[in-house]
Design a protein around this ligand. Structure first.
Ligand code: CA
Length: 429
């Protein structure tokens, strides 16, 4: 999956989807991997697969799932309690298949994500939880500011953890959503969380897509990374801030976070800069970037050692601010595979440390291409032999490459960022 997808939607609308994307890239149902497969497991799985095509009723489907869950070690009484009164939720299905035409530009997303009020609240909480955060830093080697930033964006510091029944959402998606096998593994993982005693079925609330608690973990992520840090014996990401912060730290540690290293920093580019270098595949050492005339925007920026490698990020194309992003930025992308999200986390963490925010101006006058225009752009790029990949409206690595190739043909700044001008140019061919 390309890491440089720009999803300028409001965070609350996309958080679970983005988490879902990051969850997808993991090995499925890691928690169930510890349960040896039995003949009844595979038989039940086969019958469920057949069930989908045979259009079983929800009750018939649930009964097959129950057999599978019991074979995987779930207590039958617990299963029945969790599924009491559960029926498919049409709103969840609608959300699963929704493909919005318009997305918010990255600067509008950042205005909300890294607002002065969120920074102020984050600073208060950083102070309030300093003792826990110091112990968490000692155990997991992840900086407290980035944890508080994740907490702030995932659930507005624990105040917005979703009010959907996770069992109902996951059952709906596993029964009749897209990618039923993925949702089924999430559903079995959430049953294991219940079985583990971390939470009661009645309190098991989350986003429409099953992201849970103050860190909005998907169930398989929860089973792999959630920790009991306050020592009450339960991994409670719903009501324990220390558990939530430590679990985020555990996840970031597993994603390669390096304590004390910057995520990245804003830079100034020299006149006549070759924008085609702003590509996730173009990794260079800080010494090389310096030799190319790239300079930190703030003289005092913590930039890292000269041999540290970084890529150049232009979140809004060559007309907007530029950033060099380091390995820790990639760790945040493993948490949530959205460049806008990772940038917001980095900038919010900087804000908590007293940083001054983005200095460069965003091109706020530039209109974003809608989904149908992005599809048209991809179709026209393909017609011109530029191979942008499938016309799905998602500007991924292949589309960026195709856009860049066209920009080079036109002798335009080759930032790989498609805009209205470029679409007009293609329409005129
Ligand atoms: Ca706990």
């Amino acid at each position: 999956m390309p890491s440089l997808l720009f999803r300028g939607l409001s965070h609350t609308a996309t958080a679970s989807f983005l988490l879902l994307l990051s969850a997808c890239s993991e090995a499925p149902a890691q928690s169930l991997a510890s349960v040896p497969a039995t003949p009844s497991d595979s038989q039940a799985s086969l019958s469920v697969t057949a069930a989908a095509s045979a259009r079983l009723s929800f009750e018939e489907w649930r009964s097959l799932l129950r057999s599978d869950a019991i074979a995987a070690g779930i207590d039958p009484e617990l299963f029945d309690r969790a599924f009491a009164g559960i029926s498919p939720n049409p709103e969840v299905l609608a959300a699963d298949s929704s493909q919005p035409e318009f997305t918010r530009p990255v600067w509008e997303y950042l205005d909300g994500a890294v607002s002065p009020s969120r920074i102020a609240r984050g600073r208060l909480l950083l102070d309030q939880h300093r003792a826990s955060l110091e112990r968490i830093e000692q155990r997991y080697a992840v900086d407290g500011e980035v944890l508080v930033a994740i907490w702030g964006l995932e659930s507005n510091f624990g105040s917005n953890i979703g009010n959907h029944s996770v069992i109902r959402s996951l059952a709906t998606l596993a029964f009749e959503g897209r990618r039923q096998a993925f949702w089924r593994s999430q559903l079995l993982a959430v049953l294991q969380i219940l079985q583990h005693g971390d939470i009661s079925p009645e309190r098991l609330l989350g986003s429409w897509a099953g992201a849970m608690g103050q860190t909005q973990f998907m169930p398989t992520t929860y089973n792999q990374h959630a920790v009991d840090f306050d020592g009450d014996g339960r991994r409670d990401l719903w009501s324990s801030a220390p558990d939530a912060l430590a679990s985020a730290a555990h996840y970031l540690q597993a994603s390669g976070w390096q304590r004390g290293q910057p995520w990245g920093f804003e830079v100034r580019l020299p006149r006549g800069f070759d924008y085609s270098l702003a590509d996730p595949e173009s990794r260079r050492s800080l010494a090389e970037w310096t030799a190319l005339g790239v300079e930190p925007m703030a003289a005092a920026a913590p930039v890292g050692a000269p041999e540290t490698t970084a890529t150049l990020l232009l979140p809004a194309g060559h007309r907007g601010p530029a950033f060099l992003v380091l390995d820790n930025f990639r760790s945040i992308l493993k948490y949530n595979n959205s460049t806008s999200y990772a940038l917001a986390i980095g900038l919010l963490a900087d804000g908590l440390r007293g940083g001054t925010g983005v200095q460069g101006a965003w091109p706020r006058d530039e209109r974003q291409l809608g989904r149908s225009e992005r599809i048209e752009l991809q179709e026209l790029l393909a017609r011109n032999g530029l191979q942008p990949g499938p016309a799905d409206g998602i500007i991924g690595a292949n589309t960026r490459k195709a856009v860049r190739a066209l920009q080079l043909q036109l002798n335009w700044p080759a930032d790989g960022y498609p805009n209205e001008e470029l679409l007009k140019q293609l329409r005129g061919r």
